[in-house]
Design a protein around this ligand. Structure first.
Ligand SMILES: Nc1ncnc2c1ncn2[C@@H]1O[C@H](COP(=O)(O)OP(=O)(O)OP(=O)(O)O)[C@@H](O)[C@H]1O
Length: 735
């Protein structure tokens, strides 16, 4: 069966003869078969042996039902009568240890069915009690190798550092058996130089056999094991103990030369098991499945490695943690020894045959063992030349530094100090300026925030006053409850004093939609009741000729979003469908403008409107002296000579209301502008301060206040307030 490798199947021997530092020849995995003796239980059950050793390297398998024997040939075959020491010697582990000392990476692993003697072969029988050592004659391959190695190191005459790590793969999780705390799962990583490795694995340095034995005992005691039908102390995990050997070559080729690092790894695989045979249930069954899966992955890799063509391509080492960690030993540059363990019992023959086939395949797998090369030899010549050149340059520069003139060096020092001082001064100035700018910025930000607040407050006040104005116009008392959608919904309704008088017809008093009181021009049947009202086109109306259709459109569009209720009252529900109603409205406003220019209340005229903008919508030129109406309207301001004909005296507030309405109708937009930085004292009223920058807004606010106050007072029968009482900061009566 054995067709490759050295004649005696010992790969170490051929390597020992090969040149160090070069990639070695293809070397097969060394396989040794061990047949354990029949156990007491098997003997009790009267089971027969199905295996017979024929010579030192051949095993004969006799099928129980008769038939021809099947022979398997391995590097060595050891029957149940062979002692632990025999096994250690036959496996050639000492040679592997020698190669590890020379920098090779060597692996010894046991393989076989559960209860076949794998752990026994590697570490001896399970300890009889806590802290009870294994008797020396029963010590396994590991203890014997440790003893040999420590002894060898002592006689080596070169400094050697020994370290060890011990891990188990339990249910596909790597756990550190030497960890200081509780073992937690560790990741398996890969990099180009190290290949697969376990991250954060504890590696313990040891200097004596006793220390190493302690580490072994520690790991064995922490390793998972359980009892089942075939084994009372069955290992439930794969365990890997690795010795890292670091040896300094003597004499060193170069002072900076790193030591040679070899590895010797012992792998105790968990046994394959048939769940039906072992009677595993629950957790045991899960463990068995995990073990079988990983062994299957290992077998698959071995099968692929056998194919020389596929070996060059992809081998699925990543399929399991076990194959990852054995990748180098199976297909890489390591040297590997496999100890296959079997039970002699005929009852276990199917599993035994499986193990034998597995082992037969494995011994055909080859690796290319490679010893580490000397660091000097590794470097390409170009790099060596570069290093030499750099060293030379370094030496020259050091020499030049030592020859620098002390005088020159003092001068340059003064220059540096001067530069540093100046830079420091500049830096200080910048820092001060920065500080100033920062303060200024924070002041500006706070004043900006105050201005925004004031602006918001003013906008709220305007909004509130507009609302109250509408309330006052359409009804002094709003209905309790949520705000009505239309200000017309106010009961009891009262005619708005700011608007022209209502038609005498009762049907015209109410809005056809909301039934709120309406001005007579909004009545849908107004033509029937007021035949004298003009219905002609604008060109024939008594309005000035520049009041064109488009002007009226513009007026309506600007008014309707601002004051929909008032717009509705003035123009009707559909705006220009009642265009004839617009014309008198415009006429009224122009008359009121005429009144204000001719006289008006003294204080109102004095306050005056320096900005004629509200009326400019009617045209660049005011109507001026053009008589718009032969008869003055009843709401003409006092002081106007025509006011004598007025059926009722117009009060100051009446005039103001008219003016405000005119403003509201004419203004293009009501957008309070942000006031500039506050000029007055901080206690100044926001209205006054904001008003400085928003004259229209403040003026309008004051007028609205006046108007609302007077409307409400009239409703309650109170006398009008004195001029002094009209203050912007006055508290408004509730609507
Ligand atoms: N060569 C041997 N001589 C005497 N007893 C042995 C031998 N090999 C194994 N045994 C005994 O057989 C039992 C099973 O051995 P061991 O635990 O090593 O099997 P295993 O293959 O490691 O099983 P598992 O895979 O379940 O861990 C143990 O009691 C062990 O002492």
């Amino acid at each position: 069966m054995e067709k490759r490798g050295s004649p005696d199947g010992d790969p170490a021997r051929s390597l020992e003869q090969g040149p160090e530092g070069l990639e070695g020849p293809e070397t097969p995995i060394q396989v040794v078969l061990r047949v354990r003796p029949m156990s007491a239980a098997e003997l009790r059950r009267g089971e027969q042996s199905a295996l017979h050793c024929s010579g030192t390297r051949t095993l004969q398998v006799s099928p129980p039902g008769g038939g021809p024997d099947v022979a398997f040939r391995f590097g060595a075959v050891l029957d149940g009568a062979r002692s632990q020491e025999d096994v250690f010697r036959a496996c050639g582990v000492r040679r592997l240890g020698e190669l590890a000392l020379r920098g090779f990476s060597c692996t010894v692993f046991t393989f076989g069915q559960t209860g076949s003697g794998k752990t026994y072969t590697l570490t001896g029988p399970p300890p009889q009690g806590e802290g009870v050592p294994v008797p020396p004659n029963l010590a396994g391959i590991m203890q014997r190798t440790f003893a040999w190695l420590l002894d060898r190191v002592q006689h080596l005459g070169a400094p050697v550092t020994l370290r060890a790590s011990y891990l188990e793969i339990y249910n596909e999780q790597v756990r550190d058996l030497l960890s200081l705390g509780s073992a937690r799962p560790l990741p398996v990583r890969w990099n180009k130089t190290r290949g697969f490795y376990v991250e954060q694995l504890r590696v313990v340095e040891f200097g004596s056999l006793g220390a190493l034995m302690e580490l072994l005992q520690m790991g064995l005691s922490r390793r998972r094991s359980s009892a089942h039908t075939l084994n009372q102390a069955s290992s439930r995990s794969h365990a890997l103990l690795t010795l890292y050997i670091s040896r300094q070559t003597m004499p060193p080729a170069d002072p900076g030369e790193p030591p040679v690092g070899g590895k010797l790894c012992f792998v105790d695989l968990a046994g394959s098991e048939k769940v039906a045979a072992t009677g595993s249930r629950g957790e045991l069954m899960l463990e068995a499945n995990s073990i079988n899966r990983s062994l299957l992955a290992l077998g698959h890799c071995i099968s692929l490695l056998l194919d020389p063509q596929r070996k060059q391509s992809h081998i699925p080492f990543r399929d399991s943690k076990l194959t990852k960690l054995l990748a180098d030993s199976l297909g890489g540059r390591g040297l590997t020894l496999m100890v296959a363990c079997v039970s002699p019992s005929a009852q276990c023959l199917p599993e035994t045959l499986s193990t034998l086939r597995y082992a037969s395949r494995a011994q055909r797998v080859t690796t290319r063992p490679q010893a580490p090369k000397s660091p000097v030899a590794k470097q390409p010549p170009r790099l060596e030349i570069e290093i030499l050149q750099l060293q030379e340059e370094n030496r020259c520069l050091r020499a030049q530094l030592g020859q620098i003139d002390p005088k020159a060096s003092r001068l340059s020092g003064a220059r540096v100090a001067w530069a540093q001082r100046n830079l420091y001064g500049m830096l200080q100035e910048f820092m001060l300026e920065n500080e100033r700018l920062r303060k200024e910025k924070s002041q500006l930000q706070s004043s900006q925030a105050r201005a925004r607040d004031e602006q918001r407050l003013l906008a709220q006040q305007v909004h509130e006053l507009e609302r109250r104005l509408l309330c006052a116009c359409y009804g002094p008392q709003p209905r309790p409850g949520p705000a009505p959608p239309c200000p017309c919904v106010m009961v009891p309704a009262a005619p708005c004093p700011a608007l022209p008088p209502l038609c005498c017809c009762p049907c015209c008093h109410l809005c056809p939609l909301c039934r709120a009181p309406l001005a007579h021009w909004a009545c849908p049947r107004r033509d029937l009741h007021l035949p004298q009202e003009p219905t002609e086109p604008l060109a024939h109306s008594p309005l000035p000729s520049h009041v064109t259709h488009s002007r009226v459109h513009q007026l309506f569009r600007s008014l309707s979003p601002k004051c929909p209720a008032l717009c509705q009252a003035l123009f009707g529900h559909r705006g220009f469908r009642h265009r004839p109603g617009v014309i008198p409205a415009l006429r009224e406003f122009l008359i009121s403008r005429e009144d204000s220019t001719k006289g008006g209340p003294p204080d109102a005229c004095k306050k005056g409107d320096p900005d004629p903008a509200p009326f400019e919508v009617m045209g660049p030129k005011a109507p001026g002296d053009m008589p718009l109406c032969a008869q003055a309207p009843p709401w003409a301001p006092p002081g106007n000579p025509d006011s004598a004909k007025c059926p009722r005296e117009r009060s100051h507030s009446d005039w103001t209301q008219t003016r405000v309405l005119a403003e509201m109708l004419m203004e293009e937009e009501v957008v309070p502008s942000a006031p500039p930085l506050p000029m007055g004292t901080p206690n100044t009223s926001p209205v006054l301060r904001g008003g400085a920058a928003v004259p229209n807004l403040a003026r309008r606010l004051e007028a609205l206040r006046d108007q609302i106050g007077s409307s409400l007072r009239r409703g309650r029968g109170q006398p009008p307030p004195s001029e002094a009482a009209r203050s912007p900061s006055r508290v408004l009566p509730p609507c």
